[in-house]
Structures are given as C-alpha cells and as structure tokens.
Design a protein around this ligand. Sequence first.
Ligand SMILES: Cc1cc2nc3c(=O)[nH]c(=O)nc-3n(C[C@H](O)[C@H](O)[C@H](O)COP(=O)(O)OP(=O)(O)OC[C@H]3O[C@@H](n4cnc5c(N)ncnc54)[C@H](O)[C@@H]3O)c2cc1C
Length: 503
Amino acid sequence: MIIDDQYYDLIIVGTGAGGGTLAQKLAPTGKKILILERGDFMPLEEQNRTNVDIFKRERYHAPEQWYDSAGEPFSPQMNYAVGGNTKIYGAALLRFRERDFETVKHQAGVSPEWCVKYSDFEPYYTEAEMLYKVHGQIAIDPTEPPHSADYPFPALVQTPEIAEISEAIAKLGLHPSPLPLGLTREDDDPTNDAEVSGIIPALKHPHVTLKTGAKVVYLHTNPSGRGVKGVEAEIGGQSYLFLADIVVLACGAVNSAALLLRSASDRHPQGLANSSQLVGRNLMKSLMTVVVQLSRKANSGVFQKTLCVNDFYGGDANFPYPMGHIYNSGGLLADPIFAEAPPLLSSLAKFMPEFGLKQLATRSIGWWIQTEDLPDSHNRVRVEGKKLLIEYTSNNSEAHDRLIYRWTDLLKSVEKNLKGLQQGMVHPRGEVPIQVVANQCGTCRFGNDPTTSVLDPNCRTHEVDNLYVVDSSFFPSNASVSPALTIMANALRVGEHLIERLR
Ligand SMILES: Cc1cc2nc3c(=O)[nH]c(=O)nc-3n(C[C@H](O)[C@H](O)[C@H](O)COP(=O)(O)OP(=O)(O)OC[C@H]3O[C@@H](n4cnc5c(N)ncnc54)[C@H](O)[C@@H]3O)c2cc1C
C-alpha cells in the first residue's frame, strides 16, 4: 500500500448532496481538505435526460451488482460520479414538514422523533435554498413549514398543459403548488447539483484537493479504536492510504453503511462504530408509484417535474393517517426513475397498443405518488465478503395504495373538466422495483442515545471521535417529500460544527 505523503485536516468521502455541500461549506476555512470520489466527472452528453434511450441502456446504473433478500443479483440505480446522485436527480428541493421531525402515528406504525427539530434545521434550509438556487413560492401549500426568508428565486412558470391541470385540481378544493426546484437556468443542464454548487466552488480554494476514481474500501483506526487514523482507497488498481485528523463519510446511505461494516477490526468486530448493531439497519427508500394520464394534445414530452400536491400529506377524512406527496413527473421517458418500471411499460402497451414509446412521451403526463416507508430493523444493508446485500420489504403500503386510489379518482374528475385529456381511461401505473434506491436513507440514524443510534446529533459516530457521516444515513425516519434538501441542509449544519472543531 502506498502511503500518501500529505497529511490532511479533513477527508470527505463522496461528492453527492451531503459530501459536495459540506466541501463547499468547509473550503473557505483554509484547512487542508481531501475529497475522495469513486466516480469521475460526468460527460455532458451523459447528463442529457431527454433521450428515449434511457429505457434501453440502463444508463444510470452502477457497474456493480448488489443482491436482494433472495440472493438475486441486481444492478442498482446509482450514479457514481462527481455530484453523485444529484447529477441525475430531478432537483425537487423541498423542506421536510415540521411534523416530520416529530413522532408521527401512521396506519402501519410510528415514525420516530428526531433529536434535532425543524426550528434547528430552518436556517440551514434557507442557506441550502440559496446555495442550490431554489425557485419556489411559499404561501400556497398548506403543509409548507415556516420560512425565515422567501425562496431566493420565483417559482418556474408552469407549461400550458400543466397550468390547465393545476387550475382544474384547485377547482376541486386542493392546493396544487409549484414544486420548489434547484435550477441553474442554463439550457444544457438546467438542474443545479452538488458538483455545480458544491465541488466546483470548493475546488477554487487552494487547500482543497479532489481525487476521482478513488474508491474507499477500508477505514483504519488507531490502536484504541477510538479514532480513524487512515482511509484506504483503491485508485487505478493500486491501494493508497490517506491520513487526516477528521474523516467524513458521504457515500450515500447504502455505501456508507457497507464501508463501516467492512471496516470491522479487533476493536470493532461487528463493523466500525457498530456496537449498537444498528449500522446498515432501518434502511428506508420511499414507496413510489407512477400513475399515467394521457393527453389528447401532443406536449413536448420533456418538461420538468414542476407541480406538487400535499393535501393528503397528513391523511384525509376517511383515512386519518399520513398518505404522502404527489408530483408530476418530468417528461415521462426523460425520467430516470420511470425508466425502472418495465411492468408499467407492458401495461401501457396492453391498454394503449396504438401508442409507441415516442407517442407515449409526447402524449402523457406522469404523476409520482410518494409515501414514507417506516424504519424497520429487518430492512438492512449487509455485507458478506465482497457481496453487498439489500434486505428490504416495503411497509406502510395501505397508506400508499389509498393515495393512489384517491389520486386516480381525482384525475378522473379533472379529465371530465378538461377537453385536452383522454377521458374514462384506465390509469396504468407502476411501482418502482428494488434497484431504485433513489431515496435510500436511515442506515446510521442519529440520536442522543448510543444504544439506539449510530451518530450523535452532530452526525459524529458515538464510538469513534473523529468520524462523521453526512449523507442520508442519518435520517431516523423518512418523510414523504424527497430527501435531497434535508441532506444538504444537514451537511451545512454539521459543517458549522466542524468549522468550530477545526478551529
Ligand atoms: C433518478 C433520481 C432522481 C432523484 N430526484 C430527486 C429529487 O427530485 N429531489 C430529491 O430531493 N431527491 C431526488 N433524488 C434523491 C437524491 O439524489 C439523493 O437523496 C441524494 O443525492 C443523496 O445524497 P447523498 O449525499 O446521501 O448520496 P449521493 O448523492 O448518492 O452521493 C454519494 C457519493 O459517494 C460516492 N461514493 C460512494 N461510495 C464511495 C466509496 N466507497 N468511495 C468513494 N466515493 C464513494 C458516490 O460516487 C457519490 O458521488 C433522486 C435520485 C435519483 C437516483
């Protein structure tokens, strides 16, 4: 193994929503920072999501296999590149709702209270919205939590097709609102991501170094086991050891947990920082189903996700439990998550044999129904030698199914009032399979008690003094809205703590 001759103040592993945002926050301190990223910079043409080819090429799948509970291999929808999964995300940047930080009773169980509350996160949400240039509008959605500042940019104007549908939904007494979106306003790649707003600005500081193609495989501790001493990475087939005072993992909830489990040693026989045995457990990934509505008129087929409805977030008169969040998809075929729904494609083909892929893209509107899944210690990441296993059974499905039915009923009413939409149609739908781990979280939950959590409230491991995790692993519960803004805000919050510590 080659020992790098530099000594760093801090190493960040991973450049996605957590790692990229943290790098940007810490770079101005002048401290010597090394960022290790297993992927490379993503070529621009790979970032073009408006291509029907996504279906055929599994473009955004990692070149590796994971295994499900039955031992079946699958290739996960993971993007290993500078910017991580934010390079392919939809940039819908929503705050978790105030109640998401509290104990919430669901039909299928309870989502636990967070040790840090919405009011603690609020200033960092505001900072993250500035950093990622979020375009939104506060006052429409009744579930929108309090903001200390308005969105930094006005909401995107809806396309005529979506504006018409939004009005029809509002007439039914609901509150459709613009989906807050992180945008650069540049035509070739309009979404704002952790490379653009995190890594590129961080690298402008001379003491920040990025090594790409650097896959971290093991964390070495000092003899007492209380501190990480060295980070071992594979670069171009060669092993390197990097040394630093502080190490921060931001590999994503699955890979950070796997790295800790693989870093077992005499002092940490169950995996690093894992005497609670919670590393890898309580994996959540959201219940997600897309429902398709057909239009009589052709649309461009490439519009962004732009609209959301949260009227059923806490339930409705017939179901007094949380149900979830609804948003329109980007152009159906341009949505990498939709690319994961081959069963949906075959049902579309069955119900609408006259439609080819191209026509579907330009005549359809997709609606994503997203419901929180609940932490369950049996849902977990496990490693067996080089194998990475995802043992996951979804829960809270009654809430999800009810929301799907509620929404498809509502779409029928909308269709009666709008001539441009197909009427009396069946709404084909497809649920995402195991390989969609877009909203993975929860595998190293934070909390005050070392017996029931892996990380403390500052996202430092309870057991290893200089080891932190700032990706989505820290979530004790999932919300129904998407996770990225909360990961970014948390990285900024932890960044403030690290700035103090580095002083
Ligand atoms: C298709 C798609 C659409 C999405 N749309 C939205 C959306 O609209 N809104 C939203 O809020 N969320 C969305 N998400 C989810 C969002 O992208 C993730 O929640 C977020 O990126 C997770 O951030 P993270 O820091 O936890 O991990 P990631 O962003 O996945 O970053 C992890 C990084 O670590 C690197 N890495 C992993 N292992 C190692 C290792 N061993 N050594 C070195 N580097 C390593 C990876 O290459 C990657 O760069 C979407 C996700 C997908 C896939």
